[in-house]
Design a protein around this ligand. Structure first.
Ligand code: ADP
Ligand code: ASP
Ligand code: MG
Length: 450
C-alpha cells in the first residue's frame, strides 16, 4: 500500500486536479493507494482571514463557493450531483460558523478549527470527482473519522494508537474504491474537528502511512523534491536525490516548508521511505528520504527560519522561555541568548527578564555528522566574514547533523546565497550566473555609507 499526498499547489485549478487524478490512477494500477488532499492553493489563507471576521465575509464565502463549484463543473460537466451537494453543505456549515464567530462565543477556538478545515473538506470532493470522471472508483473520507487527536485546537496532537485502530476499520481493503482523505484535519475523542497546524497535510500523510504500515509515502508538491536551500532566497538551488530521516527532520524543523516538521518521525520509526516529488514535472527524480543518505560529513542543504526573535536573557532560565530554536550561554554573568519563532515572541515580552531583543533569522546547515567536521563551521564563518555579514550567534553540537547561525534578518538572503555557494559548489546543477546576480545586487546594498 502507498500513500500519495497532494499539496495545495498541486491542486490549484482544473488542470492540476486532472494531473493529480492521472497520477493517482497510474499508482493505483500497481498497488492499493490512499490519497491525502490539501486545500486548493490559497484557500486556507482565505479562511484564516475570515476568522478575523470582516464585515463583508458573505462575499468572500460566495467567492470560495463559486471557485470550487467552477472547478467541479470544469472537471465533470453536468454531473457529480452528490459532490455539488456536499460542497454546498460544507459552505452552509461555514456560513453558520462565521455567524457564530461574529457573536463572539466562548468556544471560539473550536469554531475556528471547523472554519480552517473547510478547504480540505471542499478539495476532496473535487479530487474524488476528477477520479470518477476518469472512470476510477473513489470514496471521500473525512479525516475526522480516522485521525484521533487531543483537543488542542489549531495545533492538535495525534494519538497514533487510537488512529491506527480507526484506520484498520476504515481502510480494510474490502472496499476497492480509492480513498481520498482530507489532510490537515482530525477530531478529538468527543468528535470535535481539530487541525494539525499550518502545512499539516504532510503530517496527515505520515500519520496514515504509519497507521497503515504502508510501503512508501509520496509527497507531491510544486518543486523537484527537497532542494539545497529555500528557492525563494537562493536562485542557484539544486534538488537533493537522497536524504536521511535525520537530515530531513532537521531541515523541516529549521524552516524547509516542503515538509511539515512532524512528518518524518512516525515514518522513520517504522522505516517507511518518503518520496518528495514534483507534480508539475512528474518524470523528475525528486528526493528519496530513508534511513541512510550516504552523505556522511557533507553539507547537503541550508535552511532558514526567517522570522525569529532573539532575546538576551539576564539571569533568566531557558525554562521560562519554553521551546527555543537556538540558545547560547557563554558569559561570565550567566546571560543567555535565545532565539524563538517570532510568532511566540509577543507572549514572552514583559514576562521574561531580558536586556534586549532583536529581529533575526536562523540559518542552518544540515548534513550527516557535519557538526563534527571542523571545516564546515570554518568555511561557513569565513565566507560570511569575507562578505562583511555579522554572525550574531553560533551553535553546533546539539545535533551532530546541524550547524546553526543567527544573523540579522536583513542579512538572511545574502548570507544564504553566500553560504550555499561556499559550501555546496560541488553539486551538479549550479546556475552561477543567477546567484552571482543575487550576490551583486546584495553587494550594492551592503556598500557602507560614505
Ligand atoms: P504544498 O502545497 O505542496 O504543501 P508548500 O508550499 O507547503 O507546498 O511547500 C513547498 C514549498 O516549500 C516550495 O514551493 C518552496 O518554495 C518551499 N521550500 C522552502 N525550503 C525548501 C527546500 N529546502 N526544498 C524545497 N522546497 C522548499
Ligand atoms: N491547507 C493547510 C494549510 O494551508 C494544510 C496544508 O496545506 O498542508 O496550512
Ligand atoms: Mg505544505
Amino acid at each position: 500500500m502507498r500513500v500519495l499526498k497532494f499539496g495545495g499547489t498541486s491542486l490549484a485549478d482544473r488542470q492540476r486536479f486532472e494531473e493529480a487524478a492521472r497520477l493517482v490512477e497510474e499508482a493505483a494500477k500497481d498497488e492499493q493507494v490512499v490519497v491525502i488532499a490539501s486545500a486548493v492553493a490559497g484557500t486556507t489563507n482565505r479562511l484564516v482571514a475570515l476568522i478575523e471576521v470582516s464585515d463583508d465575509w458573505t462575499e468572500e464565502v460566495d467567492v470560495i463557493e463559486s471557485q470550487h463549484l467552477g472547478i467541479l463543473e470544469a472537471l465533470s460537466p453536468g454531473c457529480c450531483e452528490s459532490a455539488v451537494r456536499s460542497i454546498q453543505a460544507v459552505i452552509g456549515g461555514l456560513r453558520s460558523d462565521l455567524r457564530s464567530l461574529e457573536a463572539d462565543p466562548a468556544n471560539r477556538k473550536e469554531i475556528a478549527d471547523r472554519v480552517l478545515a473547510v478547504g480540505e473538506r471542499l478539495s476532496v470532493q473535487l479530487l474524488g470527482s476528477a477520479l470518477q470522471s476518469r472512470g476510477c472508483a473513489a470514496r471521500v473520507i473525512d479525516a475526522a473519522e480516522a485521525v484521533v487527536t487531543d483537543s488542542s485546537f489549531g495545533e492538535a496532537q495525534v494519538d497514533l494508537g487510537a488512529t491506527r485502530y480507526r484506520c484498520q476499520r476504515l481502510f480494510n481493503g474490502r472496499n476497492t474504491a480509492t480513498p481520498i482523505v482530507t489532510g490537515f484535519i482530525g477530531a478529538d475523542p468527543h468528535g470535535r474537528t481539530t487541525t494539525l497546524g499550518r502545512g499539516g497535510s504532510d503530517f496527515t500523510a505520515a500519520v496514515l502511512g504509519a497507521a497503515l504500515d504502508v510501503a512508501r509515502v509520496e509527497i507531491w508538491t510544486d518543486v523537484d523534491g527537497v532542494l539545497t536551500a529555500p528557492p525563494q532566497f537562493v536562485p542557484s538551488v539544486s534538488s537533493i536525490p537522497w536524504l536521511s530521516y535525520e537530515e530531513a527532520e532537521e531541515l523541516s524543523f529549521f524552516g524547509a516548508k516542503v515538509l511539515h516538521p512532524q512528518t518524518v518521525r512516525p515514518l522513520a520509526e517504522r522505516g517507511i521511505p518518503i518520496h518528495v516529488r514534483n507534480s508539475l514535472e512528474p518524470a523528475r527524480r525528486g528526493t528519496e528520504i530513508a534511513a541512510h543518505s550516504g552523505t556522511q560529513g557533507r553539507v547537503v542543504a541550508a535552511s532558514a527560519f526567517e522570522d525569529v526573535t532573539a532575546f538576551r536573557l539576564r539571569n533568566g532560565s531557558l525554562a521560562q522561555v519554553g521551546e527555543v530554536l537556538m540558545a547560547c550561554r557563554a558569559s561570565a554573568d550567566g546571560t543567555t541568548l535565545v532565539a524563538v519563532p517570532s510568532s511566540r515572541a509577543e507572549s514572552l515580552i514583559g514576562r521574561i527578564q531580558e536586556d534586549e531583543h532583536f529581529a533575526a533569522s536562523v540559518l542552518t546547515l544540515v548534513g550527516h555528522d557535519i557538526a563534527l567536521q571542523p571545516w564546515v563551521a570554518g568555511r561557513a564563518l569565513e565566507s560570511l566574514a569575507r562578505r562583511g555579514i555579522a554572525v550574531r550567534s553560533f551553535a553546533a553540537g546539539a545535533s551532530p547533523h546541524t550547524v546553526a547561525l543567527l544573523v540579522d534578518r536583513s542579512d538572511l538572503e545574502y548570507a544564504l546565497c553566500t553560504i550555499h555557494d561556499a559550501l555546496m559548489l560541488d553539486r551538479e546543477t549550479i546556475s552561477v550566473s543567477r546567484s552571482e546576480t543575487a550576490r551583486a545586487k546584495k553587494e550594492i546594498h551592503h556598500v557602507p555609507a560614505a
